[in-house]
Write a protein that binds this ligand. Structure first.
Ligand SMILES: *[C@@H]1O[C@H](CO)[C@@H](O)[C@H](O)[C@H]1NC(C)=O
Ligand SMILES: *[C@@H]1O[C@H](CO)[C@@H](O)[C@H](O)[C@H]1NC(C)=O
Ligand SMILES: *[C@@H]1O[C@H](CO)[C@@H](O)[C@H](O)[C@H]1NC(C)=O
Length: 269
């Protein structure tokens, strides 16, 4: 069934995955649209990198994963992976978690701030908070009973040199409370957005009618590089490091590699 070139392609897929996470970036963009976080929370969403959140006892979360309150109570670990090899994460960042409520609903005061840390650095794939300011330290979800499936969004923004937070949010120790997240981002000069993910927590049975959201069918996502020749050559070269022209990689056509990459991606998702 598998031709030799398919076998070679499968062998090289792990190298391609290590180099290029553009399919992962497309998948998280689709999650944010289909969960209505775009436009409920963000007017647009074009991250350059991937964010993963890990709670002790739960493990690394999938985008949109449903948790119970207790699972998301401990301090999470956050990791960032560049979307491709030309993305550098050597700046200063702001990390936040907000409760974007159930799809289609919104507090009059905006979103509840559960976590806001300025001055974060990235070391390897890890978030380093050793020189950071925890304006609001992590406080796990506590949705009201019957208020539906709340979307907790963890987001990382670039924090430029001209970052200027409002006075009320410029010192540590500010409690969990609502704010208009998009106003905070805009007025503080944060951006661009680097990466984000979300999970959900529901308390009790919803008494509000939920807006239906469709699930993400990752197999419908276009493989990286399928639309432009520039992207296609990027995909081809991504599988090349560590291989010489005599190792059989040259028998791969780029479209075949891209299709396989897409198929495998659909499987692992
Ligand atoms: C890498 O990611 C950046 C940010 O998303 C994007 O602008 C750029 O086109 C990507 N480069 C490649 C080769 O895909
Ligand atoms: C980050 O790395 C890029 C590319 O190597 C470089 O141009 C930039 O000046 C660096 N930024 C900082 C804040 O070190
Ligand atoms: C840094 O992270 C640790 C948990 O790893 C946490 O206890 C601490 O409050 C954090 N500090 C800041 C400034 O966010």
């Amino acid at each position: 069934m598998f031709t030799p070139s398919v076998a070679v392609a499968l062998f090289f897929v792990p190298f391609a995955l290590a180099q290029d996470n553009s399919l992962g970036v497309q998948a998280i963009e689709a999650h944010f649209t289909q969960s209505l976080l775009v436009p409920d929370l963000l007017s647009s969403f074009t991250p350059s990198s991937l964010l993963t959140v890990n709670f002790a006892g739960v493990g690394e979360l999938q985008p949109g994963q449903a948790l119970v309150k207790e699972q998301s109570a401990p301090y999470p670990t956050v990791k960032v992976t560049p979307g491709n090899s030309s993305v550098t994460l050597n700046g200063t960042y702001t990390l936040a978690m907000v409760d974007a409520e159930a799809p289609g609903s919104k507090l009059p005061e905006g979103q509840t701030r559960h976590w806001l840390v300025n001055g974060v650095k990235i070391s390897g794939n890890d978030i380093s908070n050793s020189s950071a300011v925890a304006v609001t330290d992590y406080a796990g979800p506590g949705p009201a009973a019957g208020s539906g499936v709340h979307r907790y969004v963890v987001v990382l923004y670039e924090q430029p040199a001209n970052f200027s937070p409002p006075e009320a949010l410029s010192k540590p120790g500010v409690p969990v409370q609502p704010f208009v997240f998009s106003d905070y981002v805009k007025n503080s000069n944060l951006g661009p957005l680097v990466a984000a993910t979300y999970f959900t927590v529901q308390e009790g049975t919803a008494t509000v009618s939920a807006v239906p959201t469709s699930s993400v069918i990752s197999s419908t996502l276009k493989p990286a590089g399928s639309s432009t020749s520039k992207g296609a050559s990027g995909t081809g070269s991504a599988s090349a490091p560590g291989s010489s022209s005599s190792n059989g990689a040259s028998t791969l056509t780029v479209p075949a590699a891209a299709t396989l990459f897409g198929m495998l991606f659909a499987l692992v998702m």
